[in-house]
Design a binder for this molecule. Structure first.
Ligand SMILES: [Fe+2]
Ligand SMILES: [Fe+2]
Length: 235
């Protein structure tokens, strides 16, 4: 992991030394070898976390992991403080850090839009992660979290531990939060200026929906104009 890796502070919060070291090693050495081919994917920092449904902009994956960790910790607080249950926060945190770690291997950029790679058309990010974590001798309960993070309807298996359930729910919650805000901002933009700016960032999307809620259509129009000017200025 490079010094500036955005995942460093999260990894540092894993208290179990051996788990922390193993997670750090995966993040430092992100590559997949199949036969003679070595795959590395697009840069982790620039990767989206989805092609279109959620976090579909550069840096989206890092934001998704950070937000999902916060949501998962809120679930842990509720379990411990309200329900008086026990939860292994190290497993939850490691699971969140690793659950989508191979997404950058499944995306490539073409003319400013994202496409699925040769590898990504054959193996999804969840399968890649499970294979790599088995190869690296991770604990079964951690591999289960990654394997179950899409739930049993969209993935291979339902969560069978509290930690896996928390990671699944937190992942779903953040994907919905981000995806619905992006969708709303795109809709407002089409209604107000007749088009969508390419790749709304989360910051822009949250700005647009807030201005519409507080100041109405005119507020949304002014915010979209502000975003357009800002983008022109940064080019
Ligand atoms: Fe995923
Ligand atoms: Fe995710």
């Amino acid at each position: 992991m490079r010094k500036s890796s955005p995942l460093r502070p999260l990894i540092g919060r894993i208290r179990n030394k051996s788990l922390r070291r193993k997670v750090s090693e995966v993040v430092q050495n992100l590559q997949i070898q199949i036969g003679d081919a070595v795959y590395t994917g697009i840069s982790f920092e620039d990767s989206p976390a989805g092609l279109s449904r959620h976090h579909s902009y550069p840096g989206g994956l890092v934001e998704h992991i950070a937000a999902t960790a916060k949501i998962a910790f809120a679930f842990c607080d509720a379990v411990e403080e309200v329900y008086k249950g026990k939860v292994d926060r190290d497993l939850v945190l490691a699971g969140i850090i690793l659950h989508d770690i191979f997404k950058p291997f499944t995306y490539e950029v073409n003319d400013g839009s994202y496409l699925t790679t040769h590898l990504g058309e054959r193996l999804d990010h969840l399968t890649l992660a499970v294979a790599e974590l088995v190869r690296r001798d991770f604990p079964l309960d951690l591999i289960h979290i990654v394997c179950a993070h899409h739930g049993g309807q969209a993935g291979p298996i339902w969560a069978r531990t509290l930690e896996a359930l928390i990671c699944h729910l937190a992942d779903q919650a953040d994907s919905q939060l981000n995806g619905q805000v992006l969708r709303a901002a795109r809709y407002l933009s089409r209604r107000v200026i007749g088009e969508e700016p390419s790749q709304f960032t989360s910051k822009e999307a949250f700005e647009v929906i807030r201005s519409k809620a507080v100041e109405g259509w005119e507020g949304a129009r002014m915010t979209l104009e502000k975003i357009r000017q800002r983008r022109l200025g940064s080019n």
